[in-house]
Design a protein around this ligand. Sequence first.
Ligand code: SAM
Length: 304
Amino acid sequence: MFSYRHAFHAGNHADVLKHTTLIATLRHLMQKEAGITLIDTHAGAGLYRLDGDYTETGGEAKDGVVKLFAALRPLGKPPATAAPALAEYMDLIASFNPAGALRVYPGSPFVMHHLLRAESRDRLKLFELHPTDSKVLAANIAQLEAGRQIAVAREDGFEGIKAFLPPPPSATGSKRAALLMDPSYEVKTDYGRVSACIQEQLKRFPTGTYMVWYPIIPRPEAHDLPRRLKTLSNQSKRPWLNATLAIGQDPTHGPEDRPGLTASGMFVINPPHTLKAVLQAALPQMLAVLGRGRGQGQTVDSGG
Ligand code: SAM
């Protein structure tokens, strides 16, 4: 069960889509003063070295964040104009790499922490089940000295969130929460657990913002997941948005090479009303830089 390590994949095209969507969504939610509870059900290790052993072996960042920076913010050259959401994503990544070269990639816990407002009593709850990654995550988070603002639990995120939703009321009495659900889907049952969990939480806390990442791969469960999430949103009369990015097959790969993940999606329930336009501006640029062969495409659909 624990073969998946996000370090191999950190900064790949899926992370670019996921973290750009996450930042754009949270930035909008943070425009309201009231505090918010942020939850990351599958947090990973938190910080990744882009020049470390794991990423060198997998090397997926080179077809993701590294390619994006080389195209839009080349070292020593003037930057190109980027869509606002992509610029915000790159600003955030750049803030972890003050020397210029990309050496560190912040995973979702550090992306979320970066956006937390101490004065608004925002809270961050992180779940990570992997024995090693949860230790690394706890150590990385401890360095932030964020005290009670951030909690790390070595628990099953699907179960653990039940204690936090609905969230406690903010100082103004409003209950606000945004959740990222980003399993590795290495076990087939993850697909069913995602939809069962979202179904339950939509009943317990229908106004939360729920962001689900999913892989686009030829597997019936993967194909069905965004449809199922759409149905659940419609049944609960909640608006939704579905953004997909497919970078296409690597043309340098031979027919016998395993293609790796080439496409993924982010499904957002109760998205900010601005998110569609923001992603419609960012995704074509993402694709123009990261697209590389047959099967490229991007979509942003919404409903409800
Ligand atoms: N969200 C992270 C990011 O964007 O930087 C990446 C997370 S990675 C795709 C999925 C993580 O979920 C892995 O680190 C894995 O160990 C962990 N995991 C797997 N099953 C879990 C579960 N039931 N509850 C919590 N974490 C789990």
